[in-house]
Design a binder for this molecule. Structure first.
Ligand code: HQG
Length: 179
């Protein structure tokens, strides 16, 4: 089974285009597993997919992207749909990281970190994760250090994605330093 391909398609459906799959998503991003399976079954590539495959896909993934609970599934982060996924604010660790391309630095210094195409800015719990995020866009990514404690103390909201990915609405430049 091509679990990587399946994970990509499910991420696309849950993060960016639930309507293409006729999914009824609740305000926290949950979708009934049965609805998702029915939609996938229309594609001959996924005609044999069952819930066990979703469990295996999640287990075998190198990143925690999807969560299954009580017959529902959702993406932990990454959404771009117009309906903003409801999240609970949470106190972040004192320091967070953000891996990005060198070519974005100037604009980030000027405007801070913005969510761009997604609903939230994505921050990393550790440097290694940030490096991997940055490498998607630059072979020598730069790592930004976010003073999350001071930002939180001064009213910036943070939300938990998975245990390695934190989210924020925006991060002003005064909390960002280059590593
Ligand atoms: C940049 C993947 C210019 C930002 C990853 C980033 C992550 C600015 C890009 C997750 C800017 C947005 C998210 C500003 C931010 N000026 N550029 N003011 N503010 N940017 O993909 O954080 O594998 O939306 O630095 O691993 O790269 O899909 O966000 O480079 O966890 O599960 O704008 O997606 O996870 O890019 O990645 P993205 P991201 P998956």
């Amino acid at each position: 089974m091509n679990y990587i391909g399946l994970s990509k398609e499910i991420s696309y459906a849950l993060r960016h285009a639930p309507w293409e799959y006729e999914l009824e998503m609740d305000e926290e991003g949950w979708v009934p597993v049965e609805q998702l399976l029915n939609a996938l079954h229309r594609d001959k590539k996924w005609v044999d997919i069952c819930e066990t495959d979703l469990i295996r896909m999640i287990e075998q993934s190198e990143k925690k992207r999807h969560e299954l609970k009580d017959g529902k599934i959702r993406a932990f982060y990454g959404h771009s749909i117009p309906m903003k996924i409801l999240r609970e604010e949470q106190m972040p660790p004192d320091v967070l990281y953000h891996g990005t391309a060198r070519r974005f630095l100037e604009s980030i210094k000027e405007k801070g970190l913005l969510p761009q195409g997604r609903q939230y800015v994505h921050l990393s719990q550790d440097i290694e994760t940030a490096e991997n995020v940055g490498k998607r866009r630059d072979d020598k990514p730069c790592i930004l250090i976010i003073d999350a404690k001071r930002a939180w103390d001064e009213g910036i909201k943070f939300y938990l994605g998975n245990e390695k990915v934190w989210l924020a609405d925006t991060v002003p430049g005064r909390y960002i330093e280059e590593m």
